[in-house]
Design a protein around this ligand. Structure first.
Ligand code: PMP
Length: 385
């Protein structure tokens, strides 16, 4: 279709193609946990299969999972939902984004997206018939979105705003005060807010992630998107979920009915059981602690090798400035790929505000990260960059 013509394969894919055949490569390009799904959650999936859960389920997701999600959203996010009408299960957070946008967006309406941004946002807006509008965020403000930035890009046609905290690719975490200001802005301009919180549990230095939908008057205009991919290291299970007003959930469910029909039934059973099992949250805390240890290492090493880097407060990415080397993000990434055998992603893959930066994922073993930092430092020294 015409819309698909406007959506190009992501820059990350292109780099992965180039990386094929580089021997001894350490990839810091990946955007998924290097941990396995906790054993007991896998056991629950096997149990579901043994119990014959091999058929279609309800379009909005299994009731037992929606009920478990309602409990989780109340306990952890301060969001109260009716499991029958205000929450649904999706095939990953990614699909939820497209379905959520398609639920209300009219052709040509604009969606504000803080940049650098997760690679799916602009394509999802385009596929849903809207127009993505980049709102640059700045290193000076730790890449946190501010209302002053938003004000410069809002127009008569703006219908929605996407926020992502903790952020991919910068690791920025919005404070409660940031969210309150953004909420006021959304009310003032009558915007629907997408809040992508897939990294909510991976926050550091004692920071906490807040959900904008929990603020006064925000639930009715917020589509909270989340999933199991990062939290329980379940990227391959393709399970996401959404909390939103009933009219949005009803429309998204209609989309899902004619698209994927429903998420995988036995995976949903395992997720529902997993949510209510203490061992899952212990596993999350273990992963969080390990990510924080890695973040500390990579942040220190990058700054020491002369790449000025903001200390990220969340997710598992770090976004060093490479502009001062005189190279573009693409040139820098290619140099590291070929000379250091380390794969990183040019910041421009995440929108124009990412030029002059690279993204490093630290969802890789600590020893591998140490080795990667040694190699990068050596190349920078040899090339006098
Ligand atoms: N949102 C963000 C910010 C992400 O980084 C990702 C995955 N990299 C997703 C959504 C998609 O997650 P899922 O696997 O649930 O589709």
């Amino acid at each position: 279709s015409d819309r698909l013509e406007l959506v190009n394969p992501s820059e990350i894919r292109k780099l992965f193609d180039l990386a094929q055949g580089v021997e001894g490569l350490i990839s810091l390009g990946i955007g998924e946990p290097d941990f396995d799904t906790p054993e007991h959650i896998k056991e629950y999936a096997k149990e579901a299969l043994d119990r014959g859960m091999t058929h279609y389920g309800p379009n909005a997701g299994l009731m037992m999972l929606r009920e478990a999600l309602a409990w989780k959203l109340k306990e952890q996010n301060g969001i109260e939902v009716d499991p029958k009408t205000q929450v649904m299960v999706t095939v990953g957070a990614n699909q939820a984004l497209l379905m959520g946008l398609a639920a209300f967006l009219k052709d040509g309406e604009e969606v504000l997206i803080p940049s650098p941004m997760f690679v799916s946002y602009a394509p999802a807006v385009i596929l849903a018939g809207g127009k993505p509008v980049e709102v640059p965020t700045y290193e000076e403000n730790e890449f946190r979105l501010s209302v002053d930035d938003l004000k410069k890009h809002v127009s008569e046609k703006t219908r929605a705003l996407i926020i992502n905290t903790p952020n991919n690719p910068t690791g920025a975490v919005l404070t409660k005060k940031d969210l309150e200001e953004i909420a006021d802005f959304a009310v003032e301009h009558d915007l629907i807010v997408f809040s992508d919180e897939v990294y909510e549990h991976f926050v550091y230095d004692g920071a906490r992630n807040h959900s904008i939908a929990s603020l006064d008057g925000m639930f009715e205009r917020t589509i909270t998107i989340n999933g199991f991919s990062k939290t329980f290291a379940m990227t391959g299970w393709r399970l996401g979920f959404v909390a939103a007003p009933a009219w949005i959930i009803e429309r998204m469910t209609r989309f899902q009915m004619y698209n994927s029909t429903c998420p995988v039934t036995f995976a949903q059973y395992a997720a529902a059981k997993g949510l209510q099992d203490e061992r899952s949250w212990e596993a999350v805390e273990e992963m969080r602690r390990e990510y924080e240890r890695r973040r500390n290492l990579v942040w220190k090493r990058l700054n020491e090798m002369g790449l000025p880097t903001v200390k990220p407060k969340g997710a598992f990415y770090i976004f060093p400035r490479i502009r001062d080397t005189g190279l573009t993000g693409k040139e820098f990434s290619e140099l590291m790929l070929l000379e250091a055998k380390v794969a990183v992603v040019p910041g421009s893959a995440f929108g124009s505000a990412g030029e002059g930066y690279i993204r490093i994922s630290y969802a890789t073993a600590y020893e591998q990260l140490e080795e990667a930092m040694d190699r990068m430092e050596k190349v920078l020294r040899e090339k006098k960059l």
